[in-house]
Design a protein around this ligand. Structure first.
Ligand SMILES: [Zn+2]
Length: 187
């Protein structure tokens, strides 16, 4: 069942090793361009199939898969199709989370949040708070990889984070004088 997520990402050229400055101010020793998977449905199909298998083994009663616009919504749709559940998209409009107008599920769902790569976890936490605020149970989160811990909800990933991440003022690569190779990256 397991998909060797890191080697799959490397095989399609999505893994960039080197001193990285992220748009949110953090630094790291590399980053992943998820577009190499998201823009190829046959690859996305395999990644999301692995997610669905992992989810099914833990939660047999998911009633709603939720993804955030834009990429997260596409990934969520594929996972929902594998799980045989409905899907809903959420939009964050200047801090105001809401369902996309095409997606208005009844409250009280047993919800699974789906994402591709989790960076800080802030986006996922905001979606979870929105769902719980309207009376859904958030069973957990499914993603390919995560750089963050999610202490409040169970998190299923397809593998371990490939790269390290540092606060910019404590970046060991900066301390060694290594020039930034990739700047303004949003993973
Ligand atoms: Zn640095």
């Amino acid at each position: 069942m397991t998909l060797a997520v890191e080697s799959e990402l490397r095989a399609v050229g999505a893994v960039f090793s080197g001193h990285t400055a992220f748009r949110n101010g953090r630094h790291g020793d590399g980053w992943i361009e998820k577009g190499f998977v998201v823009r190829r449905p046959e690859l996305l199909e395999r990644f999301t199939h692995a997610q669905a298998q992992q989810v099914r083994a833990v939660w047999s009663d998911v009633s709603l898969v939720v993804g955030a616009s834009y990429c997260g919504a596409v990934v969520a749709t594929f996972v929902a199709r594998h799980l045989g559940t409905q899907v809903a998209f959420v939009n964050d409009d200047a801090g105001q989370m809401a369902f996309h107008r095409m997606h208005l599920p009844a409250p009280g769902q047993r919800a699974l949040i789906v994402d591709d790569l989790i960076f800080s976890g802030n986006d996922v936490r905001a979606v979870a708070a929105f769902l719980e605020g309207r009376g859904d149970t958030v069973l957990g989160v499914s993603a390919w990889l995560s750089r963050a811990e999610l202490p409040t909800h169970p998190l299923l990933t397809l593998g371990n984070s490939v790269f390290q991440m540092y606060p910019a003022d404590r970046c060991p690569l900066c301390a060694q004088g290594v020039p930034v190779e990739y700047a303004d990256i949003r993973e």
